[in-house]
Design a protein around this ligand. Structure first.
Ligand SMILES: Cc1ncc(COP(=O)(O)O)c(C=O)c1O
Length: 300
């Protein structure tokens, strides 16, 4: 490894070639992209730079717990909007002010189109960490992004490199990008340089898009199979979501879905998973197909 990578700080907003490549995926110029230390840092920066302490913020429920934890750390007052478990698409009714929308939603897999909530003056942090960002998906999504809107993304899921800690923040407003870079200087400075090179190598590999599409299809198949197995053999209801890599299960009978699965030798997160209103279980199916088959055998 080039020792210069480790003996100096990198550019705060990221390696220019990587920003340009990522900008291409999101349909924006490199100047609208900041490479971050994972999706978590992108989320933290967005919350710090788009809000004032004491402001209220609307967060989805259930949702990735980092939303609430980082919003509270930023001194924000958290209010909730419910994401229905049995919808594949959801247009949340958001108040003026600031909100986080997660699409595809973790853990429900629900999708929200940008146009369905984009009202001028409302600030939205779009967390698209579970999206397949190849093809025109994200460029289409980002077309017409409003000035105060921010898109955050984690490469942990797409490239399957959570340990590399690579993510990004995308915004059209150069004032906002300036503020993000100023704050980031005192957080991670630059995202890890070796990790950025790993992301650059993976994203510039011509074989990557095909490999990702193939995996996307494989995951859709696993979602269908596992949904059928869980609903057919346990009586639990499974969120109807379309995308992402999780199955969220609740019990319509009111018993504990965690116990129902545990009795069959399957363990997910117990309790009020991701701040949900009732006890649920989140199963991750981003696993080898052989493991999913074993799970299905246990459900028989
Ligand atoms: C919706 C969502 N946003 C952000 C993150 C954080 O991503 P990272 O692991 O890259 O920090 C996660 C991680 O699971 C997530 O599910």
């Amino acid at each position: 490894m080039d020792s210069g990578l480790l003996t100096s700080y990198g550019p705060v907003d990221g390696i220019p070639e990587l920003r340009a490549l990522v900008g291409g995926l999101f349909g924006v110029g490199a100047e609208s992209v900041v490479i971050t230390s994972g999706g978590s840092e992108a989320l933290h920066l967005a919350l710090l730079c788009l809000t004032d302490p004491g402001e209220s913020i609307q967060l989805p429920r259930p949702a990735f717990p980092g939303f609430r934890q980082l919003a509270q750390l930023a001194g924000l007052l958290v209010t909730r909007y419910d994401v229905p478990t049995q919808a594949v698409e959801h247009a949340p009714a958001l108040h003026d002010g600031i909100a986080v929308v997660c699409t595809p939603h973790n853990p429900l897999g629900t999708v929200t189109s940008r146009g369905s909530v984009g009202v001028p003056g409302r600030r939205v942090i779009w967390d698209v960490s579970h999206a397949l960002v190849y093809g025109d998906n994200m460029a289409e999504f980002c077309r017409g992004l409003q000035d105060p809107d921010v898109v955050i993304f984690s490469f942990s899921k797409l490239l399957r490199v959570p340990g590399a800690r690579i993510g990004c923040l995308v915004a059209k407003s150069q004032e906002l990008i300036g503020a993000v870079n100023a704050v980031k200087t005192h957080m991670s400075m630059s995202a890890s340089m070796p990790s950025q090179l790993i992301a650059l190598r993976l994203l510039s590999d011509p074989a990557t898009p095909d490999a990702l599409y193939k995996r996307h299809e494989e995951l859709s198949g696993l979602r269908t199979l596992l949904t059928q197995a869980v609903t057919g053999r346990t009586g639990l209801s499974v969120a109807a979501g379309l995308a992402g890599t999780h199955l969220y299960c609740e019990s319509p009978r009111g018993d504990d879905p965690w116990q129902v699965l545990k009795d069959r030798g399957l363990v997910g997160l117990p309790g009020y998973v991701f701040d949900s209103a009732v006890p649920g279980v989140r199963l991750c199916f981003a696993q080898e197909p052989g493991l999913i088959r074993q799970v299905m055998e246990r459900l028989v």
